[in-house]
Design a protein around this ligand. Structure first.
Ligand code: SF4
Ligand code: SF4
Length: 369
């Protein structure tokens, strides 16, 4: 493996100092950092050598990997693939079988304490984990083996972060997320079904370049990308404020781009960068393409109330909604305020429920051991 610094590798590919500084500026912005932090990124790229990433995939649909390969941020994606490196990835790897497993073990030993472990998919615990095994080892054993010497772990997707769809009621495989099983490493949750590709690459780059996890919210998600709800930045928000709601997918309101709240939109309680970074290079995102947000970055979203059921009315919003149907702007504002309080309470409740669930799972695990 090359011991050249990232800067030296870029120079070798004909990147001038001027272009290198432009690249560092772009990366600083992509990581959600202040411009004043740019010299740190420059220093990191000048001094850091290519750093390995091990990507494990367990119970999932491979959608997060699919998303990663669709990242249209050429600078970061290229940096990760060419200069920082993806040393083991079961889906993308050319090698297979014993050769691939051998390479993974070599990276674990050679780069102990320096590699980043990315986990995609949930981990089944029921029936000794028989529902997901690779090379004769259970997902749980593989996770613990790779986690032991990792610098940090990124749980990519809602399955790895919170258990996701495999954990949906009745959770037939006993699926759990990474932080139920690993307690002694920094874990960064990057949920989404799948997450926005640039959020995945930016989070990996943040750890590799700055040597520390980004600032996290109470559910372990990077605040830079999960600090606002879809609703906060939704282009349909003016219709919400005016109380203009589509009542069905093909009515006049839907054709005019009105708010999808009554069609089950979970945007007011869902924290994600969908509405800002968007998908396919910033072309669109689900709500912009006429589908309500289903809340895929939140724990247990699949079991919470039904995809097309409207959120229950926020406290104090009933009167506001009455006004809203009369197309009263004041009603829309009251509803929005009610919703923001509701979203805050719901966020606190979700964080409490998440912690309680983790404690229950930990105590169950302790009993089993
Ligand atoms: Fe957008 Fe949904 Fe909020 Fe309506 S409820 S403004 S569609 S996020
Ligand atoms: Fe997930 Fe909502 Fe974004 Fe759709 S709009 S991808 S459900 S966070």
């Amino acid at each position: 493996m090359s011991e050249k610094t990232i800067y030296e590798s870029l120079q070798e590919r004909g990147i001038s100092r001027r272009d290198f500084l432009k690249l560092a500026t772009l990366i600083t912005a992509a990581l959600g950092l202040e411009y004043a932090e740019m010299p740190r990124i420059v220093r990191a790229m000048e001094t850091k050598t290519r750093l390995p990433v091990i990507w494990l995939e367990f119970q999932d649909c491979a959608g997060c990997t699919e998303a990663l390969t669709r990242s249209l941020d050429p600078t970061l994606t290229k940096l990760l693939f060419s200069d920082i490196s993806l040393d083991y990835h079961e889906t993308l790897f050319a090698a297979a079988g014993a050769q691939a497993e051998e390479n993974k073990r070599r990276v674990i030993e050679e780069y102990a304490g320096r590699y980043v472990l990315v986990v995609e998919g949930s981990i089944p615990r029921k029936d000794q984990g028989v529902y997901c095994t690779i090379g004769g080892q259970s997902a749980e054993a593989l996770l613990k083996e790779a986690a032991e010497k990792a610098k940090a772990i990124i749980a990519v997707g809602t399955c790895a972060s919170f258990g996701g769809l495999p954990k949906a009621n009745p959770n037939p495989t006993g699926a759990v997320g990474v932080d139920t099983l690993v307690k002694d490493k920094p874990i960064i949750n990057v949920p989404g079904c799948p997450p926005v590709p640039e959020v995945i690459t930016n989070t990996i780059a943040h750890i590799l370049l700055l040597d520390k996890p980004p600032k996290l919210d109470p559910l372990g998600r990077p605040k830079a990308f999960y600090g606002q709800t879809v609703h906060d930045r939704c282009p349909r928000r003016p219709f919400y404020e005016r109380g203009q709601f589509a009542e069905s997918f093909d009515d006049e309101g839907a054709r005019k781009g009105w708010c999808l709240y009554k069609l089950g939109c979970k945007g007011p309680t869902t924290y994600s960068a969908c509405a800002t970074i968007k998908w396919n290079g910033g072309v669109s995102f689900p709500v912009q393409s006429n589908h309500p947000c289903i809340g895929c970055t939140q724990p247990d979203f699949w079991d919470e109330g039904g995809v097309y059921n409207a959120l229950s009315a926020p406290p104090g919003a009933a009167e506001a909604r009455g006004l809203a149907t009369g197309v009263a702007a004041a009603g829309g504002v009251a509803l929005a305020v009610g919703h923001s309080l509701y979203a805050k309470k719901k966020k606190q409740k979700a964080a409490q429920a998440f912690q309680a669930q983790k404690q229950a799972e930990a105590s169950q695990q302790a009993q089993e051991e």
